[in-house]
Design a protein around this ligand. Sequence first.
Ligand code: PMP
Length: 435
Amino acid sequence: QHLSKSEAEWLVETTVSNFARHYNSGFIEYRKSVAEAGDFAAVEWTGQGATFKDALGRKYIDCIGGFGLFNLGWAHPKVVRAVQAQLEKSPLPTQELLDPLRGMLAHLLAEITPGDIQYSFFVSSGTEAVEGAMKLAKLYTRKSGFIAAVRGFHGKTTGSLSLTGKAIFRRPAMPLHNNIFHVPYGDADAVEQQLNIAREVGNDIAAVVMEPVQGEAGAIVPPADFWPRLRQICDEYEVLLIADEVQTGMGRTGTLWGVEHWNVVPDIITSAKALGGGVMPIGAFMSTPKIWSVLNSNPFVHTTTTGGNPLACAAAIAAINVTLEEDMVEQAATKGEYFIARLREIAAHHSDIYTNITGKGLLIGQHFVDDDIGYAVSSGLFKRGVLVSGTLNNSRVIRIEPPLVITREEIDTILNRLEDTLQELHASISTPSQP
Ligand code: PMP
C-alpha cells in the first residue's frame, strides 16, 4: 500500500508534530524516512520477544512495550495460536446464545483477582473499562462524584477523561463531567480532606479512582501507606475504591495486580492492554457480587456488541495462562529490581542529568533535570537501537516499559548504550561553542 507524497507528508504531520516531545528526534527522522519511502506497510514492525526490526532493517530493543500492551512480547505464539483456532470456529459473538468463552474468562479472572472480586464485564479498551467502572460506581452508590489524581491517566473518552488529571488532554473536550476533584497523587490526607468537604455539602462522591503506580505520569510509586490508607478512608466515608490497573495489571509491576504490593482489595478493578496478550484488544471492569447486583438486576443497563468477543476472550484466556505458566510476574519482579538498581547507580554518577529513578517491576521512570536533557537522552538511545518514550507529552521523564520477557543480556545492552549516550551528552555539554 503506497502513499502519495502529500499523504506521506500528512502522516508525518499528524503522527509526529503534535507529540514530538513524547518521543525523540531519531523517531521523528525514522517516521519521515518511512513516509518518504511512501510505503505505508513498511511502518509494520516484525519482531519477537523484546526485539524489533523496523522497515529499514534496523534492530531495536523495545522499552516502550506498547505502554503495557506487550507484556508477553510481540505476538506470543501461544496467544496467536489460540486466536487462530478461535477464528476458524466463531470470531464474533452470537449475542442470543450464551458465550462460553466470556464465562471461562470471567471465571479465570475471578480466581486471579484479589478478594471477593468475581464478576467481569468485557470491553475492547482501557478507556471503556474505566467508563464502565464509573457507571457501576454511580449505579451502586447512587452518587455521581469522583476523586482522582493530578497527572493521573485513565483514558480520553469523556468520562475517563474527566478523571485524567492533565490539562493538555482535557482542554479540547471541556466542559467535562462536573463533581470530579483532583488531588496530588500519593497524598491520602488530601483525599480525606476532599471527602470531608463533600460530606459537609451532602456527600455526593461515588468513588476514589487511582492507578496503583502512575504509568503515563512516569512510573510514580506512591508512599507505602497510601493504598492501605485509601482503603481505610474509603470504608470510613462509604465511597468505593477503584484501582485502574489498565497499565499496572497482568504482572507489569512485579505482582499480578499492582494493588497486591500493599495487600489492598479494591471494590472495582479495571484491566485492558496486556489482558489481550498483545494480540487482541480487550478490557474489563470487575467487581464483587454485592456491587454487581445493580447490573444483575438490570442486565440491559450496560451492554456493548463486540466487547468480550470470542477472539478477544480466546486471546485473554491464553494470555493469562502464559502469564502464569511462564512466571511472568516473577520475571517482572526480578528483572525490574536489577534494572532499577543499575539505573540508580548510573543516575548517581550523573547527578547533573538525573533527578530520580522511580518504578516497580518493569514500569520504570528516568527523571531528568529538564525536558531538553530527557529529549537528548531518548534521541541518543534511539540512535543506538533502544526504543523509549517520554510521558504525558514531554521528555523530562523517560519511561522504560519493556516486554516482561526481555532478557538480562538485553537489559545490560540497554544500560551500556545508555552510558554511551550519557558520555556523548557530557562531551557535547562541556565542549565550548565556537566563537
Ligand atoms: N487507564 C490507564 C491507567 C492507562 O494507562 C490507560 C492507557 N495508557 C488507559 C486507562 C486508557 O486505555 P486505552 O488507551 O486502552 O483506552
